[in-house]
Design a protein around this ligand. Structure first.
Ligand code: URP
Ligand code: ZN
Ligand code: ZN
Length: 458
């Protein structure tokens, strides 16, 4: 079995921090300690570097049919770009087509990802049509290692389910020990505001933002928490953006309910000032939209308060030409933006290096908590004996600049063009293999494995 020694790095997990060596045998970690005496086939000198668990991004949309087109990163290009940014495992969304089965959707997504992904991946199942036959399939999905079920409370006519379906789904998922997640915004209210703006000829990207005010998210987040509390299911809100929504989660904790919360890197760093009447703002047209500075403060605080456990991306890239589908009508701009490659470096630079979060908190929110919530811990999400050797080496002092000219995502613009970051990921290991080193990909298409998941262990 091939062996590899990572020597003398500052090894940081969610609950430890110290200089030591890590011995990798095959795909897993075999020993951790100071000055390990073993020899290995290959040695990486990590002196002066931070060594952290491989990142887990639990919110990505790869090769996804959406709003009349497909997101532009495939499972190959998306997971490769993720590896360059230190994310070794992603969880992608399978979308049930209304009127069709969960199994059909899963088969379609397996067809796209199997043998093409470069990094490890798993699937959430998005239930867009809960009915007696879908109900029967929930246990089959859990048996496949798909234990999280996504709901959309918006995108009516395509993805949205109503509250009756939500209750039924939650009751069934609870029986099988799974987790229900939600895109928690009020679809009817949003659709009404979109219709009003269109009728008034207000068609620029700014009106995307104005069609999804904070109340649309706060209301749905509260409703989701309430229905989850009633059914007793494990609940998780995806891409939470604002104070009003987080206050609904805070309220839920007061009755001793636990609702997991994910925010995304863009909601911590970018704000709604990008939405003007110029079409340029389409780069950041996503749902929910970017919010206000006060919401950023709430989210950073929420991370440190333990109310926000995960920072993902909601990576859903579209080429500029695809964004132009909405040049005369904001409601036709494909929703989503590219971020899979830079989540870890952005959060490290803006969070750890600027003193907003500790290195341990960084590991928690980029890796460990997602592994625990989504049933992959301790195989993923930590550095411990027996865990997959998914490791990220960061040079904390190295500066670099984000640009579409150098990124690996299959998209022709960057949402962070010109941002200067402190802290560069230099080497990434995935299951014991050097996957990325000094900017070069070292593993091939098809190296990525499907990761079967179990119940929440948080
Ligand atoms: O704008 C977004 N978020 N696009 C992807 C689909 C979703 O709502 O997560
Ligand atoms: Zn969403
Ligand atoms: Zn999403």
């Amino acid at each position: 079995m091939a062996t590899l020694l990572v020597k003398n790095g500052r090894v940081i997990t969610a609950d430890s921090d110290g200089v030591c060596d890590i011995l990798v045998e095959g795909e897993t970690i075999a020993a951790i300690g100071k000055n390990l005496p073993m020899q290995a086939d290959e040695t990486i000198d990590a002196t002066g570097k931070l060594v952290m668990p491989g990142g887990i991004d639990p919110h990505v949309h790869l090769d996804m049919p959406f709003m009349g087109t497909f997101s532009s990163d495939t499972h190959e290009t998306g997971t490769r770009a993720a590896l360059h940014g230190g994310t070794t495992t992603v969880i992608d969304f399978v979308l049930q087509k209304q009127g069709h089965s969960l199994r059909e959707a899963l088969t379609e997504w397996q067809g796209r990802a199997t043998g093409t992904a470069v990094g490890d991946y798993s699937f959430h199942m998005a239930v867009t049509d809960f009915n007696p036959s879908t109900k029967e399939e929930i246990k089959d999905m859990v048996a496949e290692g798909i234990t999280s079920f996504k709901t959309f409370m918006a995108y009516k006519g395509a993805l949205m389910i109503d509250d009756a379906q939500m209750v039924g789904l939650m009751q069934e998922v609870k029986k099988h020990g799974g987790l229900v997640t939600a895109h928690a915004t009020n679809g009817d209210l949003i659709d009404t505001l979109i219709a009003q703006h269109r009728a008034a000829g207000q068609l620029t990207p700014r009106y995307h933002y104005l069609s999804q005010p904070e109340v649309t998210e706060a209301e749905a987040s509260g409703r989701f928490c309430d229905i989850a509390n009633y059914t007793g299911v494990n609940a998780y809100i995806v891409h939470l953006t604002c104070e009003g929504a987080l206050n609904q989660v805070r309220r839920a904790t007061e009755r001793n309910q636990r609702v997991f919360v994910e925010t995304c890197i863009q909601y911590l760093l970018l704000d709604a000032s990008v939405y003007q009447d110029e079409f340029e703002g389409a780069k950041w047209v996503m749902s929910p939209p970017l919010r206000e500075k006060k919401d950023q403060q709430t989210l950073w605080a929420g991370i440190n308060q333990g109310l926000v456990q995960v920072v993902g991306t909601d990576h859903c890239p579209f080429m500029w030409e695809q964004k132009l589908m909405g040049k005369d009508d904001f409601s036709r701009i494909p929703n989503g933006h590219p971020a899979i490659e830079h989540r870890m470096e952005l959060l490290f630079s803006e969070g750890v290096m600027k003193g907003r979060i500790s290195p341990q908190k960084f590991v928690e929110v980029t890796s460990t908590n997602a592994a625990k919530i989504f049933g992959m811990f301790p195989r993923k999400g930590t550095i411990s004996i027996g865990a997959d050797a998914d490791l990220v080496l960061i040079d904390p002092k190295k500066k670099h600049v984000i640009s579409a000219a150098t990124h690996h995502m299959n998209v022709d613009y960057s949402a962070y063009e010109g941002h200067e970051l402190t802290g560069k990921i230099t080497t990434v290991l995935l299951r014991g293999q050097v996957a990325v080193d000094a900017g070069e990909t070292k593993v091939a298409r098809g190296y990525g494995q499907f990761i079967r998941r179990g119940p929440v262990k948080f």
